[in-house]
Design a protein around this ligand. Structure first.
Ligand code: AMP
Length: 602
């Protein structure tokens, strides 16, 4: 166990759940310190995104009937490919197997083939693993290798007797999509707007590992920003345009180049990031993560390779934070186009409406089909050809009209093999197409969506690990340098000697005064040496310590110590709650406090 993990468990930030019964992989409990840090992250998140961006928060159920998850494609497709050896019954996640092999494989055609199949489904994976004769670890031949896509959702029954099938939600997004109409109405029919949700998600991960990094129950905070695809600007883009972030673009990954620092404006204008809205949320995500304490040089934004993206996604970036496990995806920021709203629209049209200030002249494709004749001609290909006709753009329709006009006899259309498998001639009268002009007063459309999805547990883990250090020359003294707004408790209150009733009384009085201002504190009146008590609070990440000594009783002053520098100043008791409040709420800085009050030296 690493020293950090030891601290996390000993100080009860988090620990394996059900440890008394041997534990259960992928499930963790948070203790008081962990809960406080997590709540502080979420408070900051709400403030930073929901309040400052006027987002509409929802709190949807974690249990879902099967139908919506069928419509969204989760049932059947929310799975990870797994490789199994039917002879030995060994199993491994396909991406882990490929990672292990690629780590040792030199450049060459084999490597290229394997790189190309990573991220694909079992069906595509199996033939390549067979062709390259790739065994599972410790297995000598690969003749019995089987690849399966293993579903990741936890299923359940809704209702005690003959219940209907249900699932624990694997993400928060669907709750927001299903409430789209209500949210649009709440927003008086106007776009753009964002729905947001914080809550638990459940995934039956094949290989839970690395503590809070891959869990089976975890907390997410998700935003769905709905906008008109004809208007991809973000009203506040200018406020982030000059912000510089580290990005690792698809092209740079493919060309084996390093990540680089670039302004959001340059990344969007040079089409590296697809559009202002995605750029805006990447910038805001960077600001949020650095504001809560992630060092900027430990944060990068990695663009998904084409094969990693869902077919409907237009662009996708992961905010990755560097920790002892390497670069870890902590936030996924994707442009999901209108995929989800369209999926659920089979039940009820989830569209938005734009009423024009002045009526607009528009062109439309109009067609008439003699279905009986078309069916007789095309047989089982009729449906797909009708779908093709219905989706024709103005440009495509114009090209077809042009062809039909010069055909002999006029009105004939030859459908190519790409459509029907062979060339089929439609005689005049089977299909007629024309372009008509119309005056329109409004339009209806599916809004597009940009989705930033934050994994709160991963962020918390990376934050704690990056805040962890050991005081030089003092091997046993570890420190968690958490920002005051994130620290689990804001200050400790330490009477210099135990059992002094006056100091104890003053300590409790100070605690009460701080509590009424919403500031948490921890009294440590034990008889241990002050140094050891400071060490304890440093390990918990408490940024400030108030020490009351015998002089306090004479002149009503205390010392205030800052955790990282260990510098102390002497301040009057009646100013302390004000100062701690301002420090904790980031309304003042320790530098300001230091120059305002006399330094205290032991
Ligand atoms: P996804 O929906 O897979 O893009 O996940 C969104 C975010 O949720 C990721 O960026 C992670 O931070 C977090 N996440 C996903 N799966 C897990 C997991 N098994 N354990 C902890 N966090 C997760």
């Amino acid at each position: 166990m690493s020293r950090f993990e030891d601290l996390a468990r000993r100080r009860f930030f988090f620990a394996p759940a059900f440890e008394l019964y041997g534990g259960c992989a992928g499930l963790f409990d948070y203790g008081p310190a962990g809960c406080a840090v997590k709540n502080n992250i979420l408070t900051q998140w709400r403030q930073f995104f929901i309040v400052r961006e006027n987002m509409l928060e929802v709190d949807c159920t974690t249990i879902s009937p099967e139908m919506p998850l069928m419509a969204s494609g989760h049932v059947g497709r929310f799975s990870d490919p797994m490789v199994r050896d039917a002879k030995t019954n060994e199993m491994i996640r396909a991406d882990h197997l490929l990672e292990n092999i690629l780590n040792e494989l030199p450049e060459g055609t084999e490597r290229k083939k394997l790189e190309n199949i990573s991220g694909t489904r079992a069906k595509e994976l199996e033939p390549v693993l067979r062709e390259l004769n790739i065994p599972l670890a410790r297995t000598s031949d690969n003749s019995k290798i089987i690849c399966d896509d293993i579903g990741l959702m936890f299923s359940t029954d809704i209702g005690p007797v003959d219940g209907s099938k249900g699932y624990l939600r694997p993400e928060l997004a669907q709750g927001i999509f299903l409430n789209f109409k209500r949210l649009l109405e709440y927003n008086q029919g106007r776009l753009p707007f964002a729905g947001a949700q914080i809550g638990r998600s459940y995934r039956n991960e094949i290989a839970p590992r690395q503590m809070l990094i891959r869990m089976r129950e975890f907390t997410q905070a998700e935003i769905e920003y709905f906008y008109d695809p004809e208007n991809g600007v973000h009203p506040k883009f200018a406020s982030v345009a000059e912000q510089r972030i580290i990005i690792w673009s698809r092209e740079d990954q493919e060309n084996k180049k390093e990540s680089r620092l670039i302004s959001i404006n340059d990344a969007v204008r040079n089409n590296i990031i697809a559009g202002e809205i995605l750029g805006y949320f990447i910038a805001r995500t960077a600001s949020f993560l650095t504001m809560i304490g992630i060092p900027p040089q430990r944060l990068r934004f990695r663009q998904h390779l084409k094969k990693e993206m869902a077919h409907y996604a237009r662009d996708c970036w992961d905010a990755e934070i560097n920790c002892s496990f390497g670069w870890i995806e902590c936030v996924g920021i994707a442009n999901r186009s209108c995929y989800d709203l369209e999926c659920h629209s089979k039940r009820s049209k989830l569209k938005a409406r734009q009423v024009f200030e002045k009526p607009r002249k528009t062109c439309k494709v109009q067609h008439s089909i003699n279905k009986a004749k078309l069916g007789a001609k095309l047989g089982d290909k009729t449906k797909s050809v009708i779908e093709w006709i219905e989706k024709l753009t103005i440009k495509e329709a114009c090209a077809i009209i042009a062809k039909m006009t010069i055909a002999e006899p006029r009105g004939t259309l030859v459908l190519g093999p790409e459509l029907c498998g062979e060339s089929i001639t439609l005689e005049p009268g089977i299909l007629q197409i024309q372009i008509v002009e119309k005056m329109e007063h409004q339009r209806e459309f599916y809004p597009h969506v940009v989705e930033p999805s934050f994994g709160i547990d991963r962020i918390l883990y990376c934050l704690l690990e990056n805040a962890y250090w050991i005081r030089p020359g003092s091997e046993t003294r570890s420190v968690l340098s958490l920002q005051p707004v994130i620290a689990p408790v804001k200050c400790s209150i330490l009477p210099i000697s135990s059992g002094n009733s006056e100091l104890d009384k003053l300590g409790l009085h100070l605690q009460e005064e701080l509590a009424t201002r919403g500031i948490s504190s921890r009294v440590d009146a034990s008889s241990q040496a002050l140094g050891r008590r400071y060490a304890r609070t440093d390990e918990l990440g408490l940024p400030f310590a108030i020490t009351m000594d015998f002089k306090t009783l004479e002149d009503k002053t205390i010392t205030l110590r800052e955790r990282d520098s260990m510098v102390q100043v002497r301040i009057p008791v009646n100013r302390v709650s004000d100062i701690i409040y301002n420090l904790s709420e980031a309304k003042t800085t320790w530098e300001t406090v230091m120059i305002s009050w006399p330094r205290f030296e032991n």
